[in-house]
Design a binder for this molecule. Structure first.
Ligand code: NAD
Ligand code: AHE
Ligand code: ZN
Length: 374
């Protein structure tokens, strides 16, 4: 079949909207009509050329929602008409990682996914004889796409696509980092670095978990009001203080010894210097710092080992530690039950032809999430 898609033709170049060829689903695969897709900073990261796994030409996008149109041989858990969210972290429930119950990082198809291919090593997208690569196993910047059955979560049929697409990455990543990775307890103190589409969801996760003091950190003062909407209690602009780490440590001093530092800190920027600041803002003896941001090729984190010797823990999280087929339908239900907010964070709704505007808005810091509706 033919489908309209925004194709990433090369690093740093605008996406080009065009008609592409899409082969139908093979065994274990599902054809999905994408109804809406968010634009995540990770799409921008790959498009910029900073992603060591970036391949061009490719169809980016990994934060979608849609409807099953057709299933390939052997598909049992999904049928035509089911509403689904694509999962860049699949859940096969059979690989050693899934069976370990210690991680959400299913390994069933990770190797081919990183090569922009379906699990059988081929692509379903092309233009004539020229192959176009998949992206993160999802390619939601295409109106129709093919995914493995294990990379689709079946969700509530009444949930609005233009809102729940955000659960395909940002919402789940932010809330999951708090609940699954950090396992934040009631009364905790936390600092969130970067108040964009991910950081604001960390903040709403912290409020859900019952954190007392939630400090937001961003270079952009407009993010103060945004953070406060979702539960942030204090705001720091690093350019307006001498030393952001000292500031946070000072703000969180408590107890007879007056040692400061947050119980939990989160990097939602992808900047390795900020990752260090987040670690060093964590409390001596028990503070945990969670890396969510994705850093470019060649970037490395560093700190004095003494920071770890004195009891701070550095952790990372992908997709908020969520097991997609199990957890994503529950998060959609939380949204439907009014337990979490999504609508106010979707600041811009665009057509596919306007998709590059979504990247411009992100660059200018004017959007929280832009969503393309097909
Ligand atoms: P975004 O562009 O919406 O937000 C980034 C925010 O960080 C902005 O508000 C910006 O002003 C702020 N910022 C930038 N530099 C800063 C600094 N030095 N100090 C403080 N704040 C700073 O991006 P997003 O969609 O929220 O994504 C955030 C990061 O998370 C990206 O690196 C993205 O690739 C990554 N990400 C990771 C996962 C995962 O599973 N680990 C999932 C989604 C996104
Ligand atoms: N390809 C990059 C890594 C990108 C990355 O870390 N991706 C996150 C999800 S970001 C979603 O917006 C992830 O899930 N990582 C785990 C994995 O298996 O990719 C690189 O550096 O090579
Ligand atoms: Zn993402």
């Amino acid at each position: 079949m033919k489908t309209r898609a925004a194709v990433a033709v090369g690093a740093g170049k605008p996406l080009e909207v065009m008609e592409v060829d899409l082969e139908g689903p093979r065994a274990g695969e599902v054809l999905v009509e994408i109804k809406a897709t968010g634009i995540c900073h990770t799409d921008e990261f790959t498009l910029s050329g900073a992603d060591p796994e970036g391949i061009f030409p490719a169809i980016l996008g990994h934060e979608g929602a849609g409807v099953v149109v057709d299933v390939g041989p052997g598909v049992e858990s999904l049928k035509k008409g089911d509403h689904v969210i694509p999962l860049y972290t699949p859940e096969c429930r059979q690989c050693p990682s899934c069976l370990s119950q210690k991680t959400n990082l299913c390994t069933a198809i990770r190797a081919t996914q990183g090569q922009g291919l379906m699990p059988d090593g081929t692509s379903r997208f092309s233009i004539g004889k020229d192959k176009i690569h998949h992206y993160m196993g999802c390619s939601t910047f295409s109106n129709f796409t093919v995914l493995p059955e294990i990379a689709l979560a079946k969700v509530h049929p009444d949930a609005p696509f233009d809102k729940i697409c955000y659960i395909g990455c940002g919402v789940t990543t932010g809330i999951g980092a708090v609940i699954n990775t950090a396992k934040v307890e009631i009364g905790a103190t936390a600092a969130v670095f970067g108040l964009g589409g991910i950081g604001l969801n960390v903040i709403q996760g912290l409020r859900l978990a019952g954190a007392d003091r939630i400090i937001g950190v961003d270079l952009n003062n407009d993010k103060k009001a945004w953070g406060e909407k979702f539960g942030m209690t204090h705001f720091v602009n690093p350019t307006q203080v001498d030393d952001v780490v000292a500031e946070i440590v000072n703000m969180t001093k408590r107890g007879a010894d007056q040692i400061g530092g947050a119980d939990y800190t989160f990097d939602c920027t992808g900047n390795v210097k900020v990752m260090r600041q987040a670690l060093e803002s964590a409390h001596r003896g028990w503070g945990e710092s969670i890396v969510i941001g994705v850093a470019g090729a060649g970037q490395e984190i560093s700190t004095r080992p003494f920071q770890l010797v004195t009891g701070r823990t550095w952790k990372g999280t992908a997709f908020g530690g969520a097991r997609g087929r199990t957890d994503v339908p529950k998060i959609v239900d939380w949204y439907m039950d009014g337990k979490i907010q999504i609508d106010p964070m979707i600041t811009h709704t665009l057509t596919l032809d306007e998709i590059n505007t979504g990247f411009d808005l992100m660059h200018k810091g004017e959007s929280i999430r832009s969503v393309v509706v097909y």
